[in-house]
Design a protein. Structure first.
Length: 564
């Protein structure tokens, strides 16, 4: 019977006479000779003092290491970076956010390859750390577990729960004179009561859930909030689990399939999740060599009802979902309705069906509704195409009912220009706000537009104004908003041809985003188009702009895009 070599990588770097210098370095750090004869397990995380999202990672890493040691391995901790979307939002700093996904995945991959880990556990928190970890694990091809460090608890304002979404919208309300300065200060002080990632079904919670249904995170591990004692238990269990995976040789390539990606899309759609999952799943699939394109999201979402009443479109937070029964309850509802393929393997070694079978529902909970009486008959993600988005764009339809909008374009060449106009109340009911030159290449970095969208909602225009951009949206965005418009303006996309006053139509039913212009008129306007000068000519943002793909391909970086 063939056995798995649990030191399949680390032998190369630690065994033999010529590796004495390497062992000497590690012995000097306190590792013992016994430690260096065990499998080496990387424990990666993004602890950083710039945000609450990952602030518990160093403590949780110790719990993972405890589990690894108990199961007979030697853990080696490594630290990478993170960039807060929420804190950088609305500034030039936000350009760094999506770029950080590539830097995080590259850095985990580099340390894993360089130090020849036999297996890896990665703690993830804020938005980009989650897909970045998945991308790195796929590249490394070694047994691995990804654990979400948990959601922040909701804050309290005027006797009701609030999240960071409410603070962004309060800015718009204050600018419009609908909220006092004192109340803005009050909600600012109380919306974020401790460590953890944003509390609604925004990008972090969406991606944490998606990785469970993709099979790379243990089912149910994401549900406990950041400061709940069960999170410590999940991390110890992850340390033990990765050693079992190593013994069984269970790596990502045995878990990820076309069907597992469709399960992940269904979970994101059924929870009213963030549009960013489109970018991130496309990127992970590309790393795994699994065919997936932007139209697959619309197809799966169309057949998947929304059954989780979660913010920003719904009433509840991730903490409420945990109390109701967590992702297991959510998954069992979907599986029982044949909306998931339950035979897909997960990182525990069990199938998805096995993992959700033990779901427990809290009596009287209202967060997860029956599939037979959904919040919406089809899922929260819609892909539109048309003469403004030949490669597609993404709209989230959870939480509102408008299925069409026609109005005059108000065109802005940056997020700052649009924000200034909204706050000065120069955007009025019926308008279509167009924000361009904010795509992956043109930004560069594809900034999120939560500041603008929240200001529009805060001014009471959420049901009467639409917005389209070649940038991204936060998972906290709500309203009729089309993001990821591709090709982007910097790639001579039709969005670059728009002018103030052009009539733009959103038609969700027919899946189109179009301008009242002929193809010939668009081409005539683009005839004299010149590629804008790069906003950055040196450093990481310049390298990213030169290497990044279209949003319709996941905004991944690769040398092949130098020739496009």
């Amino acid at each position: 019977m063939e056995t798995t070599d649990t030191r399949h990588k680390s032998r190369t770097i630690l065994e033999g006479r010529d590796r004495a210098p390497a062992r000497s370095f590690l012995l000097g750090m306190g590792y013992t000779e016994e430690d260096l004869h065990k499998p080496i397990v990387g424990v990666a995380h993004s602890w950083i003092e710039t945000m609450p999202c990952n602030y518990n990672h160093r403590r949780l890493a110790e719990k993972v290491k405890e589990g690894v040691r108990e199961a007979g391995g030697t853990p080696m901790e490594l630290n990478t970076i993170a960039v807060s979307d929420g804190i950088t939002m609305g500034t030039q700093g936000m350009k760094a956010s999506l770029v950080s996904r590539e830097v995080i995945s590259d850095s985990i991959e580099l340390v894993g390859r360089g130090h020849m880990f036999d297996a890896i556990v990665t703690l993830v928190g804020c938005d980009k750390t989650i897909p970045a970890a998945a991308m790195a694990h796929v590249r490394l091809g070694i047994p691995g577990v990804i654990v979400y460090s948990g959601s922040i608890a909701p804050g309290r304002f005027r006797d009701h729960d609030v999240t960071i979404q409410d603070v962004f919208e309060a800015v718009g309300a204050n600018a419009a004179g609908k909220m006092s300065d004192a109340d803005l200060t009050d909600i600012e002080r109380h919306a974020c009561p401790g460590a953890g990632a944003c509390g609604g079904q925004f990008t972090a919670n969406t991606m944490a859930m998606v990785l469970e249904f993709l099979g790379l995170s243990p089912m149910g591990s994401a549900s406990p909030p950041a400061l709940d004692g069960r999170k410590d238990e999940e991390c110890v269990a992850a340390g033990r689990l990765v050693m079992r995976l190593l013994e069984n040789g269970l790596s990502p390539e045995r878990i990820l399939t076309r069907t597992s990606f469709e399960n992940a899309i269904a979970a994101g759609a059924a929870s009213g999740g963030s549009t960013n999952l489109v970018l991130h799943l496309l990127a992970i699939a590309r790393e795994a060599g699994i065919p997936l394109d932007i139209d697959d999201f619309d197809r799966v979402s169309s057949r998947t009802p929304i059954i989780a009443d979660l913010k920003p479109g719904g009433r509840f937070t991730a903490v409420d979902l945990d109390r109701a029964g967590g992702t297991r309850l959510f998954g069992k509802r979907l599986l029982d309705a044949d909306l998931l393929e339950g035979d897909q393997l997960t990182v525990t070694g069990n199938t998805l069906a096995d993992e959700v079978e033990s779901a427990e529902e809290r009596p009287g909970q209202e967060v997860v509704v029956p599939v037979e009486s959904p919040l919406r008959d089809s899922g929260g993600l819609v892909i539109l195409k048309g003469n403004l988005a030949p490669e597609g764009c993404v709209v989230k339809v959870a939480g509102y009912t408008r299925l069409d909008h026609t109005g005059p374009a108000r065109v802005f060449d940056s997020e700052e220009e649009a924000m200034e106009a909204v706050q000065a109340e120069r955007v009025v009911a019926g308008d279509v706000v167009v924000i361009r030159n904010e795509g992956p290449k043109g930004g560069p970095g594809m900034r999120e537009m939560l500041g603008v969208t929240a200001a529009i909602v805060g001014q009471g225009l959420g049901e009467s104004v639409a917005l389209m951009t070649d940038g991204r949206f936060s998972g906290a965005t709500r309203g009729l908003m089309a993001g990821h418009v591709a090709p982007e303006a910097a790639h001579r996309g039709p969005i670059a041809a728009l002018r103030d006053g052009d009539t733009i139509t959103f038609d969700i039913t027919n899946r189109t985003l179009s301008a009242d212009l002929t193809d010939e008129e668009i081409e005539a306007r683009l005839k004299d188009w010149e590629e804008p000068q790069p906003r950055y000519t040196t450093g990481v943002l310049a390298k990213y702009a030169a290497l990044v793909s279209s949003a319709s391909e996941g905004a991944v970086t690769s040398p092949e895009y130098l020739t496009k």
